[in-house]
Design a protein around this ligand. Structure first.
Ligand SMILES: [Zn+2]
Length: 394
């Protein structure tokens, strides 16, 4: 059995050990400060006698250090070092996770946690439901006050029938009968059953910040957080983005949410009325007669596709040829034909390539696009000329 130094001293990162066994890349030591991962925290990496330790994990009762291509053998005395920057970042992240979840629970008392992930690149908790940003703000205010107060982070052992266990976040079903329970306290404001690695004082976190929340499907919502300098950088970056958004929306920061929500509602209302307006225009287009062929069409503002396609379909059914061009960020084109010998695909493939665009579809209904929004009128004129030329040829 390996003595687990990391259980009693999270700050030990260099140590001497005896090699107990070696099987290929898998090295077992008599004692180790390498954390094999657990509780959502990824494992440590580092070096054994100068050789890279790429992974550390439990294999049954054993702790295995993966050291590729090593020439170690049982009985060797080796000097070992854990990658301290990585380990310390993980300890900060893990301690921050306790503090964050405890603080969120003060806002949403029956909130429960479904998953924890602490790695150098990504730190998050998955909680069972979405949380309002306003509640996250209050939770972070509480957590960052606890950081400023530099509260001690301590570990104690409780028995399963300790009445104090009522105050502790714990999943009792996960703890085997008879096993004592290791409880981590953050200055008495948060108690949680945990046997992972933590820092000694909340002040070490410097700052805790939530920069993202994303759906985690059936598991709930992932609340991503950052600690220390990464938290400060992220907070500055987001505050700056908010100020730029204020300029773009012509708003003060304190009014930004309301301004953006008004803009969004306004643009939806505009889109609806533009749709109704274009629909009305499309319903009574004046036909141009060329020989026996009646042609309708024009250039319109961007509206829902179905408004245009319904009109094109209806003109086709009444035996006309219809050319609809709409110009938004790019140009989209729809051509329908109620005349057997006027082929919409042919017309599009004649005109659109000249504008760097393309199209396709059926003989009686084709659509396409051109990237340059400024070319809408010219595209329409050429399509019209093509249809007229065919009508005259008949
Ligand atoms: Zn913990």
């Amino acid at each position: 059995m390996t003595e687990e130094v990391f259980r009693r001293d999270g700050y030990a990162f260099e140590f001497e050990a005896n090699v107990l066994s070696v099987e290929g890349d898998e090295v077992e030591l008599d004692l180790t400060a390498f954390y094999p991962g657990g509780g959502g925290q990824v494992c440590d990496t580092g070096k054994i006698r100068g050789l890279e330790v790429t992974e550390v994990f439990y294999k049954g009762e054993k702790i295995i250090h993966k050291v590729k291509g090593n020439n170690l053998k049982a009985g060797d005395v080796v000097w070992c070092s854990v990658d301290w920057d990585r380990r310390y970042d993980l300890m900060l992240g893990h301690t921050a996770e306790h503090l964050l979840f405890g603080s969120l629970r003060r806002q949403v008392p029956d909130l429960s946690i479904n998953k924890i992930f602490i790695s150098p690149d990504s730190k998050y908790v998955v909680v069972d439901r979405d949380i309002e940003w306003e509640d996250i703000r209050s939770a972070l205010a509480f957590a960052n006050k606890a950081i400023r107060d530099n509260l001690p982070v301590t570990k104690s052992i409780m028995s399963r029938d300790d009445p104090e266990l009522e105050r502790v976040r714990i999943k009792k079903e996960r703890i085997p009968d008879g096993e004592e329970i290791s409880v981590v306290s953050i200055g008495g404001i948060d108690l949680s059953a945990c046997s992972g690695l933590h820092v000694m004082e909340t002040g070490e976190l410097e700052m805790l910040f939530v920069d993202r929340k994303v759906s985690a499907g059936k598991d709930g919502v992932a609340i991503h957080f950052k600690v220390g300098n990464e938290a400060k950088d992220s907070a500055m970056e987001l505050a700056n983005a908010c100020l730029r958004a204020c300029d773009a929306a012509d708003s003060k920061p304190e009014d930004l949410v309301r301004t953006v929500s008004n803009l969004k509602n306004g643009s939806e209302a505009l889109r609806r009325s533009a749709g109704a307006f274009v629909k009305k225009l499309l319903s009574d287009l004046e036909p141009t007669a060329v020989g026996d062929v009646e042609i309708v069409g024009g250039v319109f503002p961007p509206v829902e596709r179905t408004i245009l396609s319904d009109a094109a379909e209806s003109y086709k059914n009444s035996g006309k040829v219809c050319i609809l061009v709409s110009a938004g960020e790019s140009v989209s084109v729809m051509v329908s034909s109620g005349i057997e010998w006027i082929d919409c695909r042919e017309i599009l493939s004649k005109v659109l390539p000249g504008f760097g665009g393309k199209g396709g579809g059926k003989k009686d209904f084709a659509q396409g696009g051109v990237a340059d929004a400024g070319s809408a009128e010219a595209v329409f004129s050429e399509l019209m000329a093509e249809v007229k030329a065919r009508a005259l040829r008949a």
